[in-house]
Structures are given as structure tokens and as C-alpha cells.
Design a protein around this ligand. Structure first.
Ligand code: SAM
Ligand code: SF4
Ligand code: SF4
Length: 346
């Protein structure tokens, strides 16, 4: 730690920081840019978000501000940092930011979530800068379907090249995220498993979530993870694996023949709010204590006063946190407004 914050990471009585449901602040998902080169209909539909959205650099936290922010969060117990977006690889000089953040005391792990198309250009520099893990989104192998699912912007061949670039750069852990929607890409599940099950990479199927409002989510579009698990198990028998740590988002399964593992993120059918220790900060410096929050808290005024002031503000917000949206989804009022996924990055 660089200087002694009052009750740094503590509740004043030397107790670790917890929210109202006794959850620590362990992970931070930090969006570095709102812009994206895709327009996935489940996240940032082309008809709803203009092409030039999010490219105004003046609204973003600078690298200096981000470093101060990350230092403040580590005082409160944050150990795992994930950079996201929008599309984080659109942020200029991202490897320089990773290098700075990887030197912050307390950070144990820096990961990145990306759509992968710019990885051939940046993977090696990111790895050398200290990025530990990369998660690449891949919703389909079929080229025409992939193109449609990127909002007409992306080619699956470019993402596959990005995956290869990440491997070549030596990332020890590469995860692949596939959001499955009923009637859209469920027929891609078995081909994806077939292609990646023996690759050393971990494919994870994610239930389509009611994040944001502009994707016009409908429950009928959700394919429950249990259904996918049974489908895959019928072809390649699976056995459940223990979580590697408390609060792990994905349920893990190993292939019975020992040829790798897969995961399921079941936020709709099997909520995991009880162990949710993740904070999210948007590229313009707003703190969201839940993926489904309506509003964030502006951190910029405290950030301008420095690391201690910011740690104090975040601690007082975290102590009041009682979010458990996925557990009470059915009871929530119909018109509830949620922050858009492309602002908080998953
Ligand atoms: N652009 C990067 C990418 O796509 O990987 C990072 C940001 S993106 C918002 C992070 C993750 O959120 C992606 O894996 C994406 O598939 C997922 N996502 C976006 N909208 C979603 C939704 N409605 N339901 C479930 N996952 C969603
Ligand atoms: Fe962009 Fe990622 Fe959202 Fe797709 S999921 S529109 S790639 S931010
Ligand atoms: Fe965490 Fe909110 Fe998701 Fe629950 S709904 S797991 S509190 S982000």
C-alpha cells in the first residue's frame, strides 16, 4: 500500500469490508471504453446505438485516474481485476495500462474480456505487459450466423485468429464465452463443444440475461443451462467439478474421458447473488454494485481528491449494498431500468 488510508479495507473496527449481506469486495470489472466494433443484438443493437457511440475520449477516465481508482479498490480488499468494455481493445495503448495496473500492490490477477477480433494485433503486447488471462466471446462457428450475431460487423474467422493469437502469446488460461439464445444459436452448442473440448481452453455457456433495456429481452429466449448440460452429456458424458473458489460464477463440468472442461453461467435459472463479490465501474467512472443496477454512483469527484477519499466513498457505498437482483427477478417491477451491458461489461 502506498499510504495509510483511514480504515483502509476495514470497517473502522479493523473488520474486513463487507456489504449488508456480508459479501466482500473482491473483484472489480472495469470498463475502459464504451465504444464497440460489434453490435450484438443481445447487448448493443445496431438500431438502438449509433455507430459512433462511445468514441468521445473526453468522457473516459484517464490512465492516471484508473490507476488511482484501482489502488483505492485494492485497499478495500479487491484482488481480481477484469478489464472490459464496450470492446476494451479499442482503447488506445491498453498494454501500457495493463503494465501500470499489474504493478499495483495487492492485485493478484488481471483478466480481459474481448470479442477477440483485435487480438492478433495486441495479444503479445498484452501478455508481456502482465495480463494473466483472457476471455473471448464466441457465439457461433457458422460464419453467416456469427456475422448476424455481431450485428453485421464481425467475421468468425477473425475471432478464431484472435483465439490463436492468444494461444501463441502464451496465455495460460483462455476462456470462451457463448451466450445461447433460443431459436438463434442453440444448434451451435454441440459444434462448439466438439471444436474446443480438447483444446485446453474452457468453453462456457451463458444464459441470455435481461441486462439493460435496449435488447428487449424476453424470457422465452433463455435456454436453461440444465438443458444444455443434458444435451452435451448425452454426446460426451460429463461429471461435475468442484468450484475452484467460493463465488465462482460458472458451474464447472469435466468430460468423463478427461478431455477438458466446460462451464455454465446460469444467472437466470440458478442465481448466485449470495456470493457476489463483484463491483463494476464504467469507463466514465461510475460505480455499479450490481449488473442490474439502474444507476451508478459518480466516483469522479472523490477520485479528484485522491486515493483515500475514493476508498472512503467506495467503502461507504459497499457497506450499504444489498443487491440480489437475480434472486428476486420474478418479484421485480416490470418496468425496472437496468444499466446497459456495454457500459459495465458483463
Ligand atoms: N466486448 C467484449 C466482449 O464481447 O467480450 C466485452 C464486453 S461484453 C458486454 C462482455 C460479455 O457480456 C460478453 O461475453 C457478452 O457475450 C456478454 N453479454 C452481453 N450481453 C449479454 C446478455 N444479454 N446476456 C448474457 N451475456 C451477455
Ligand atoms: Fe460489443 Fe461485447 Fe456487447 Fe457484443 S457483447 S456488442 S462485442 S460489448
Ligand atoms: Fe451480483 Fe447483481 Fe448478478 Fe446478483 S444479480 S449475482 S448481486 S451482479
Amino acid at each position: 500500500m502506498s499510504d495509510a488510508a483511514p480504515s483502509a479495507g476495514r470497517d473502522g473496527q479493523d473488520a474486513p469490508l463487507h456489504d449488508r449481506l456480508h459479501r466482500p469486495l473482491h473483484d472489480l470489472r472495469l470498463s475502459v471504453i464504451e465504444a464497440c466494433n460489434f453490435r450484438c443484438p443481445y447487448c448493443m443493437p445496431a438500431g438502438e446505438v449509433p455507430d459512433d457511440y462511445g468514441f468521445d475520449a473526453a468522457t473516459r477516465l484517464s490512465f492516471d485516474e484508473i490507476e488511482t481508482l484501482v489502488r483505492a479498490f485494492t485497499r478495500l480488499g479487491m484482488r481480481k481485476l477484469r478489464l472490459t468494455g464496450g470492446e476494451p481493445l479499442l482503447r488506445r495503448d491498453l498494454p501500457a495500462l495493463v503494465a501500470r495496473l499489474s504493478r499495483v500492490d495487492g492485485i493478484e490477477d488481471i483478466a480481459l474480456t474481448t470479442n477477440g477480433v483485435l487480438l492478433p494485433r495486441h495479444a503479445t503486447a498484452l501478455r508481456q505487459a502482465g495480463l494473466g488471462r483472457v476471455t473471448i466471446s464466441l457465439d457461433a462457428l457458422d460464419p453467416a450466423l456469427f456475422h448476424a450475431m455481431s450485428g453485421g460487423r464481425g467475421e468468425v474467422a477473425d475471432v478464431l485468429a484472435g483465439i490463436e493469437a492468444a494461444r501463441a502469446a502464451g496465455f495460460p488460461v483462455i476462456k470462451l464465452n457463448c451466450v445461447v439464445q433460443r431459436g438463434v444459436n442453440e444448434h451451435q452448442v454441440l459444434p462448439l463443444v466438439e471444436r474446443f473440448r480438447d483444446s485446453g481452453m474452457v468453453l462456457r455457456f451463458i444464459e441470455y440475461m435481461d441486462v439493460g433495456t435496449c435488447n428487449h429481452w424476453r424470457r422465452e429466449g433463455v435456454v436453461p443451462s440444465a438443458e444444455l448440460r443434458d444435451l452435451i452429456h448425452a454426446r460426451w458424458p460429463l461429471r461435475p467439478l468442484d468450484p475452484r473458489y467460493r463465488g465462482e460464477v460458472a458451474d464447472r463440468y469435466g468430460f468423463a474421458d478427461g478431455r477438458g472442461e466446460i462451464g455454465f453461467v446460469s444467472s437466470v435459472t440458478s442465481p448466485f447473488c449470495g456470493d457476489c463479490h463483484r463491483a463494476r465501474v464504467s469507463a466514465d467512472g461510475r460505480l455499479y454494485t450490481c449488473l442490474f443496477a439502474g444507476d451508478g454512483s459518480d466516483l469522479r469527484p472523490a477520485l479528484a481528491r485522491g486515493e483515500s477519499a475514493l476508498a472512503g466513498q467506495v467503502a461507504s457505498i459497499w457497506r450499504e449494498r444489498g443487491d440480489r437482483y437475480s434472486e428476486i427477478r420474478g418479484q421485480a417491477a416490470g418496468s425496472r431500468r437496468h444499466v446497459e451491458m456495454f457500459l459495465v461489461g458483463g
